[in-house]
Design a binder for this molecule. Structure first.
Ligand code: IPD
Ligand code: CA
Ligand code: CA
Length: 273
């Protein structure tokens, strides 16, 4: 059977439809009331019934539209999709990024859905569950929020930069991350810890923060927001020539990337537990 590879645009159209339905479910379940269903890596790493329900809904919707594709989701892993065809399409899903905000009713949580082809992210959408703001990108096609093309911050002075970051759930890791922030904060305008990595990347893409860094991100935190940031012209890297990943993700416009990168290396931001 000959199957043609879908274009990034086609995959984005599917991603947006599915993410909108998913965000509507998350929003409805929030209005009905949420509570902790289970804990994961630590007692503060929680999962609600909505995280699971949204992931199941997205997987079912993708199965219906593109039955042969692989899916990686935060809550159920690769599920029944089995090993991904190395040349095929794989969807990467964070059903609710910012679960702690979701639990507390803070309006900073999102559905994040990306499509990879042959191991490269080519399309992604991040949709704020509460506000309905939506960021999209396709590889080579730019980054967008609600019809507006994004270009990142024009800031050039690290001393004036508003930098977003986040902390992991493990106490030892948080302690290391807090030490890094303590040493960084005298050299920047201020820090923001808003609580959803995918949205932080989108805000950096839009210049609503000047840059973002965090250690400990998983594929589902990074896939869609990372593409949005790159397509907005940001450099999205790890430290010391490494690609972005669990060790560190740094997303910054070119003028800020070098100075912030060097500071983070000096502070051993990718080190610790
Ligand atoms: C978390 C959020 C948080 C970040 C953590 C993530 P979750 O994702 O994105 O902002 O600091 O590293 O694990 O658990 O809410 O999906
Ligand atoms: Ca997440
Ligand atoms: Ca999540």
């Amino acid at each position: 059977m000959i199957t043609s590879t879908p274009t990034a645009r086609e995959l984005l159209t599917i991603a947006v439809d599915v993410a909108r339905e998913a965000a509507a479910t998350a929003h409805r379940m929030r209005v009905e009331g949420v509570s902790v269903a289970a804990t994961k890596s630590t007692v503060t790493d929680v999962v609600t019934a909505a995280d699971r329900a949204v992931e199941r809904q997205v997987v079912a919707a993708l199965r219906q539209r593109r039955p042969g594709d692989a899916v990686l989701g935060e809550e159920y892993g690769a599920g029944e999709s089995g090993p991904a065809d190395p040349d095929g399409v794989r969807w990467i899903l964070d059903p609710i990024d910012g679960t702690v905000n979701y639990l507390y009713g803070l309006p900073y949580c999102a559905v994040s859905l990306a499509a990879e082809v042959a191991g490269e992210v080519v399309a992604g959408v991040v949709r704020n569950v509460v506000t309905g703001e939506e960021w999209t990108a396709t590889l080579g096609g730019g980054a967008w929020r609600d019809g507006q093309r994004l270009h990142g911050s024009t800031a050039t002075d690290l001393g004036q930069a508003l930098v977003a970051t986040g902390f992991g759930y493990d106490a030892g890791r948080r302690a290391h991350q807090a030490r890094v922030v303590t040493e960084l904060i005298p050299h920047i305008r201020d820090i923001r810890r808003m609580g959803a990595a995918a949205l932080d990347l989108c805000l950096a893409a839009e210049g609503r923060v000047d840059a973002y860094y965090e250690k400990g991100l998983a594929d589902w935190d990074l896939a869609a927001g990372g593409l949005v940031a790159r397509e907005a012209g940001l450099l999205v890297t790890g430290l010391s020539g490494r690609p972005p990943g669990p060790d560190l993700v740094l997303a910054a416009p070119p003028a800020l990337h070098g100075p912030l990168h060097d500071r983070l290396v000096d502070l051993d931001a990718s080190g610790g537990p």
